[in-house]
Design a protein around this ligand. Sequence first.
Ligand SMILES: NC(=O)c1ccc[n+]([C@@H]2O[C@H](COP(=O)([O-])OP(=O)(O)OC[C@H]3O[C@@H](n4cnc5c(N)ncnc54)[C@H](OP(=O)(O)O)[C@@H]3O)[C@@H](O)[C@H]2O)c1
Length: 395
Amino acid sequence: MSKVLIIGAGGVGGVVTHKCADDSDTFSEIVLASRTLSRCEKIQSQVRELRGREIEIAQVDADDVAQTVALIKRVQPALVINVALPYQDLPLMDACLEAGVDYLDTANYEPPDEAKFEYKWQWDYQGRFESAGIMALLGSGFDPGVTNVFCAYAQKHLFDEIDYVDILDCNGGDHGHPFATNFNPEINIREITQRGRYWENGEWVEIDPMSQSRMFDFPEVGERKAYLLYHEELESLVKHIDGLKRIRFWMTFGDEYLTHLRVLQNVGMTRIDPVEYEGREIVPIQFLKALLPDPSTLGENYTGKTSIGCLIEGSKDGKPRKVFIYNVCDHEESWKEVRAQAVSYTTGVPTMVGAKMMLTKRWQGNGVFNIEQLDPEPFLEELAVRGLPWHVKEM
Ligand SMILES: NC(=O)c1ccc[n+]([C@@H]2O[C@H](COP(=O)([O-])OP(=O)(O)OC[C@H]3O[C@@H](n4cnc5c(N)ncnc54)[C@H](OP(=O)(O)O)[C@@H]3O)[C@@H](O)[C@H]2O)c1
């Protein structure tokens, strides 16, 4: 029985709150806090209506460490779940250190003024978390998150040696808008427009954005074109999966999406530096975010499925082996269950499962951990029970 403080009332925050509310044995009390209280109120009334559970809500600016520390001290949670934005990772880790409470997130830190994401900043907290006797679990979403756990499971059970990993992320759904992003538009567009990068033979290889693509037949979705991107889990998996020769990340995009993105880039709407407009400074990508549909509102008319997994090649018992470990998630089913589309659902369910692993002490330790460093079995068992069944396909 534990009290949890969830920070961030966006698309993912809503799913995490609903899923924690379903498991009152583990999450005996839930507090949801975010920058805009009305977004917490909306989730609070949905949870009451759909699950018959009361949750507490609060307003907080998570960039302000003192405010968060005061909130943590008042609420006294066993764990802080960060599903705000990557910009809040470091202030929230600072607040957890000061208040002496465990921490979990789904995305690594990004400095607001530079589209660069690396674990360096968060790994630097290792010594401080260790000596404070608290735990930070990094990347407990789907990718990073479940994909890392798939790799850990493959290393432990399916392979003697892993040579190649390709993480393949397909959203085969249709939300009916000409252009929208499935999670925070600013974070999403920053991720896609930066240079691509993968790891091969001990080195990082950089390529122009979206300059490499391949077709892949995604289970329950079909053939889709996927583009090579840099994604944060590559950095930690290179450290934690032994003997890797190459690891890459691929994501599918439709032609319509890419055309919109190219035009937005060409006219400067994806810039992250401030520009002067009528006597005041605005950041074009933040203005664009205000114009685009809020990802948490996309769910109602979303159809189709996400199909995400790891294609892993190596050897077992002296023979070559190639498997695809994956999950398929349906947008309409997600909406029915938690009033969210499948991209938020596939992130929020593993967040709740990671939190459960920590609160029930099946995962414990002092310091900063990437999710693949922990035992994959209990997580994967719970993941299937909580709505994300997974499969291993021999290729
Ligand atoms: N690992 C994965 O698979 C995966 C996949 C998708 C997303 N993610 C991550 O999940 C997180 C949430 O994504 P999302 O799609 O839910 O984003 P979102 O819909 O934009 O929600 C973010 C929420 O955080 C709140 N917030 C922002 N700054 C804050 C601050 N300073 N203090 C308190 N609250 C603040 C926002 O408040 P306002 O309402 O006031 O704006 C909003 O409610 C992001 O970090 C994203 O990168 C991970």
